[in-house]
Design a protein around this ligand. Sequence first.
Ligand SMILES: Nc1ncnc2c1ncn2[C@@H]1O[C@H](COP(=O)(O)OP(=O)(O)OP(=O)(O)O)[C@@H](O)[C@H]1O
Ligand code: SF4
Ligand SMILES: [Mg+2]
Length: 331
Amino acid sequence: MDEVLLSVRGLRTEFVTRDGVFAAVRDVSFELRRGEKLGIVGESGSGKSALALSIVGLIEPPGRVVAGEVELNGRRISGLPDRQLQLVRGKEVGLIFQDPMAALDPVKSIGDQIVEGIRRHRRHLGRREARRLAIELLREVQVPFAERRLADYPHQYSGGMRQRVMIAIALANEPDLIIADEPTTALDVTTQAQVLDLLDRLVSERRTAIILITHNLGIVAEFCDSVHVMYAGRFVERTTVEQLFRAQAHPYTEALLRSVPRPDRLQRGPLPSIPGFPPSLAHLPPGCSFAPRCPAAQEICRDRAPATVELVSESTPVLAECHFARERLRT
Ligand SMILES: Nc1ncnc2c1ncn2[C@@H]1O[C@H](COP(=O)(O)OP(=O)(O)OP(=O)(O)O)[C@@H](O)[C@H]1O
Ligand code: SF4
Ligand SMILES: [Mg+2]
C-alpha cells in the first residue's frame, strides 16, 4: 500500500456572519495515500469547497479555520505563514477550480502566467527554458497550436481551453497532490473525458494523489477509487467506489444514489434531488443532522448525534455516521 501523503485531523471551519456562525466543516479527519483518487460528493452547500480551501489555507474572511491540523508529506502545513503556504500551493499541491477565469489573470498572457508559475518554484530555470516547458505542458493538456497560443490572453481562449490552461498550471511543478473542485462541470462530455484521462495518466505515472470534488456520480464511478459523502460539513460515509454502489451504510448516500442505482447506468449529470433541504449550518438540529429528511429516522436520531461506526462489508472498510449503519449493511 502506498504511504500516507495527506493527513487531516479535526479540521473545523466557520463563517461568522450577521445571521450566525456557519460551521461549514465540522471536525473532519481523513487520510489520503499516494496514487489515491478520492471523490468527495454531496449536495450544494455541504462544505466540499470549504474543506478543500481549508486544507490549503485559502479560506477568506468571514471564514476561518478554527481547529485542526493538516499534514502533507509528514510536515504540518496548517498554520504556516502565508508565504510558505503559497510555496506549498503550486509546488506540492496543484489546485484546479471550476471557474478558470477567477484563477487566471485577465491582463497577462497565458504564456506569462504559466512561465511565472514554473519559475516561482524553480528559480534556477531561465525564461527560455520555462517557456519551452510551458509549451510542453500546453501540448500535454491538448491545447492546439500551443506555441502560437502562448501569447494569447485568457479571454481569447474558450472555456474548455481555459480549464486546460488551469490544469497545465496546476501540473507545472509536478505536485504530489491535486485538488480539483468541479474541474469538468463547465466542459462538454468529450473534453471532460480528456481531462479525466489526463489526470488518470498523472496518477499512474507519478503516483500523484487526487481529491476530486464533484456533483457527478458518473465521474466518481468512472474515475475514483474511494469516495467520501459529505453532508452538513461532515463525512457521513467513506468507502471504496465499488462498495458505495453495492450497498449504502448511510440513508443519505442511498438517497443520493436512488435514481442512479448502478454505475453502468449512471447518467452524466447533476446529483438527483433529495426531498427536503440540507439544514442551515448555523442552526443544526440536535441529534443526526440528516434526521429531518431521513425516511429511516427513529426517536434516538433526533436526540443523539451518531458516532462514526467502522464496519467491514465484503472485505471493504466502511465508515459511516448513522445509528443504524451496521444493521443497514447487514440487510
Ligand atoms: N463566503 C461565505 N460566507 C458565509 N458562509 C459561507 C461562505 N462560503 C461558504 N459558506 C458556508 O459554508 C457552507 C459550505 O459552502 P461550500 O461552498 O463549501 O459548499 P459546497 O459543498 O462546495 O457547495 P457547491 O456544491 O454548491 O459548490 C455554505 O452552506 C455556507 O453556509
Ligand atoms: S442516524 Fe437516524 S436520522 Fe441519521 S441517517 Fe441514520 S437513521 Fe437517518
Ligand atoms: Mg463548492
